[in-house]
Design a protein around this ligand. Sequence first.
Ligand code: HEC
Ligand code: HEC
Ligand code: HEC
Ligand code: HEC
Ligand code: HEC
Length: 251
Amino acid sequence: MSKRDRISLCTLMIVCSVLFFSAPGHSAEGGKTENSCVRCHSQLPGSSFVGARSHSWTGSIHQKHGVTCDKCHGGNPRAAEQKEAHAGVLGSGNPQSTIYYKNIPSTCGKCHGAEFYKFTQSLHYKRLEATGRGPECVTCHGSMVTSILTPDTIAAVCEQCHNERLGIFPFIPQKAKAVLLLLRESNSLLDADQRLYHPAAGTVGARHMRDARSSLHSARLDWHKFDLDTITGHLQEMYNSLEALPRRNPH
Ligand code: HEC
Ligand code: HEC
Ligand code: HEC
Ligand code: HEC
Ligand code: HEC
């Protein structure tokens, strides 16, 4: 291939991709690629059950990262016809479905492997598998809006099951709120210290800084095991490492 051929091929590819991405109805809703699920579902009336569910994905972090419907529901996102596109797509009541409540953790786990792995070690997962009475990812994150719980919202979610009426550890909601708050504050504290202190590589300070980071990381990971005391333990280790950091003399 001559140099000029290569240049014109290049130009052609650029023109094609510009045309592709700017075609009406493709870019805004469909993330980076054409996707028939998104295209058809975005036209369904919001008043219907399926339409409302579809629209709740719009604006989510998953939409922003191009995680389209088929990534969680299966089906063929290149087929324009509903029947063909829906091949393999099953409703949440079907035990074979990717979104049947017991299958949700592994569906999400395809991409969120670390959270999934810790979750499988929790009592929640064991109860979910055995009796269906444990929470799964969607209980806390919502299916498509995928919200992150905050210290202000977490207690209400835990209270669905951890309350006096059901008698399953009714103290947990308040404890979870405190631990999540501590996790957030520890994160901010570490961020602040990282901006202030830049210990040279190989020094004691650098080692303490690394230990602190690694303790915070373990605390975040262990969150999905829901062993609240272990999380607090990791955060205590993080504080100890920061405490041990040689500080410059305060004036
Ligand atoms: C041409 C239009 C069209 C396309 C393409 C399409 N759907 Fe649908 N989908 C619908 C309609 C309409 C419904 C409402 C139920 C029905 O009529 O079957 C629906 C229902 C659904 C449901 C609910 C199923 C249930 O049983 O509760 C899911 C989940 C779903 N679609 C996902 C997808 C996914 C994933 C894709 C892409 C791989 C896709 N759809 C492509 C039109 C479409
Ligand atoms: C990150 C994964 C994920 C993505 C992306 C996603 N969904 Fe879902 N969706 C779920 C889960 C999980 C459920 C079941 C949640 C529940 O029971 O509350 C669900 C439920 C639904 C339902 C109700 C089905 C039923 O049988 O109850 C419809 C319809 C639906 N989604 C359509 C879509 C469409 C259309 C898109 C893309 C515009 C989409 N979803 C994107 C995970 C996802
Ligand atoms: C195809 C891959 C994929 C699947 C499947 C998937 N996600 Fe995600 N998810 C992502 C990406 C990419 C992001 C955005 C980048 C990031 O935070 O990692 C994200 C972000 C998130 C966030 C926000 C993280 C933050 O820091 O703000 C949550 C919560 C989340 N996903 C939960 C879920 C749940 C629950 C499911 C299953 C119903 C699911 N995801 C399925 C890829 C996926
Ligand atoms: C009982 C509630 C609960 C369940 C069940 C749950 N999570 Fe979470 N998840 C949380 C909370 C609370 C946070 C926020 C922790 C924080 O602020 O660091 C979170 C954070 C996340 C994040 C963002 C992590 C980050 O550091 O940005 C992802 C991704 C995630 N969860 C995925 C999942 C997946 C996948 C599942 C199922 C296998 C799941 N979660 C099950 C409560 C839950
Ligand atoms: C859908 C119901 C449900 C929700 C929602 C729920 N849990 Fe649980 N949780 C359970 C069940 C069931 C058990 C197991 C009780 C038993 O068998 O002894 C449990 C046990 C626990 C345990 C004890 C685990 C152990 O290893 O000893 C902790 C901690 C816990 N949950 C934390 C939380 C937190 C934090 C939240 C909210 C973010 C939450 N749970 C939300 C159902 C739920």
